[in-house]
Design a protein around this ligand. Structure first.
Ligand code: COI
Length: 355
């Protein structure tokens, strides 16, 4: 990774904040953006000129390779404000490491740690009024990298832009989540880019997800591309199943995103004495568990989704509704996670990062 780390972060200030025009009680996920954004360019083999400036449109050449070959990766993070007005990130080193892992797979040069953390923390200090306290309020942070070089040969670009934009957010899923188990389309295959937060992984899900929406299902649980028999992830979330008193989730591999919320939930489950098995989970066993009344819960985990309960699933012609549970594992795990994220409880694993 090459960077001109002698480059100082330059800040161009806003004239007026947009914040007074925002209704923080009525936010559509990802449609409102803060006053500032961070950007840094990769040119002549180096990351250069880290800059924070007013959020706004930018000029990119129509031949930029990102438009033609999808050379783009991103991250999802959240900042939380506690009741004393302090701002916290949750395991940001994990996001830093993962964006570089994704970049490597897409032949994008890795981004330097000092630029990432200096850009991010300075941006959050400038935009701190956009972070509201209270469970459910957060600032969703979207770091991303795009290939900006104007050239349409199908090869890796020589110029990139790394950016961070921020959006005040509430829940990602607001209504019921009913899911289809994938039987025809696949999200990723062995040897592919499924583990990366590559933009194309998400775009490729839109068409099958539209079909699922038309059939009354909000999401698809992707299955392995060969047999469509092993339940992998939901695209915006990793997936957990509670069978009896045990939680099951698929192991991560080169097809499945190594979710930071997923691994935190596995740790919290261990901390609070919920037994977990990380192993391939088959469609057959989940349908059998549902038929026998042993499938108690299904939920997804992710930065945007936090922990989102799934109320029904369909596979082939079989539809299963899951009863609403009091004292569900999902709600216990979610409360423990939120208490850590919002600095309400101790942080036994050192996950909080103060801004
Ligand atoms: C996230 O949870 O941060 C994600 O990246 C999912 C998404 C909103 C695409």
């Amino acid at each position: 990774m090459k960077a001109n780390t002698a480059d100082k972060l330059s800040i161009k200030h806003i004239v007026n904040s947009k914040i007074t025009s925002v209704d923080f009680n009525n936010l559509d996920f990802g449609k409102t953006f803060t006053d500032y954004m961070f950007e840094c360019d990769y040119v002549d083999g180096q990351w250069k000129n880290p800059t924070i400036k007013p959020y706004g449109p930018m000029i990119i050449d129509p031949s930029a390779r990102v438009f033609h070959y999808g050379q783009a990766v991103f991250e999802g993070m959240k900042a939380f404000k506690d009741d004393h007005g302090e701002v916290w990130l949750f395991r940001p080193e994990q996001n830093f490491e993962r964006i570089n892992l994704s970049s490597k797979r897409l032949a994008i040069p890795e981004f330097p740690k000092e630029f990432f953390f200096e850009g991010l923390t300075t941006l959050l200090k400038l935009d701190k009024d956009w972070i509201k306290p209270g469970f459910g309020n957060a600032l969703y942070i979207r770091p991303f990298v795009i290939a900006t070089e104007p050239a349409i040969a199908a090869s890796p670009a020589e110029q990139y832009k790394f950016m961070i934009i921020c959006s005040p957010a509430k829940a990602y899923y607001t209504g019921e989540i009913r899911v289809l188990f994938a039987e025809k389309y696949s999200r990723s295959a062995h040897g592919g880019v499924g583990f990366a937060k590559a933009a194309g992984n998400y775009g490729a899900q839109f068409y099958p997800t539209n079909l699922a929406n038309q059939a009354g299902f909000q999401q698809i649980i992707w299955t392995d591309a060969i047999q469509h028999e092993y339940l992998e992830e939901a695209g915006t979330m990793n997936i957990f199943f509670r069978v009896g008193d045990k939680l099951l989730t698929a192991p991560t591999n080169d097809r499945i995103l190594d979710g930071i919320t997923r691994k935190s939930i596995l740790q919290i489950a261990q901390d609070i004495g919920v037994s977990c098995e990380v192993r391939p989970v088959s469609v057959t066993e989940i349908k059998a568990a549902a038929q026998e009344g042993k499938l108690k819960e299904m939920f997804g985990t992710g930065t945007a989704a936090v922990i989102s309960t799934i109320s029904a699933f369909k596979h082939a012609d079989d539809l299963y509704e899951l009863p609403e549970l009091e004292n569900s594992y999902a709600s216990k795990l979610k409360n423990t996670l939120l208490n850590i994220q919002y600095n309400v409880s101790p942080d036994p694993h050192g996950w909080r990062y103060k801004i």
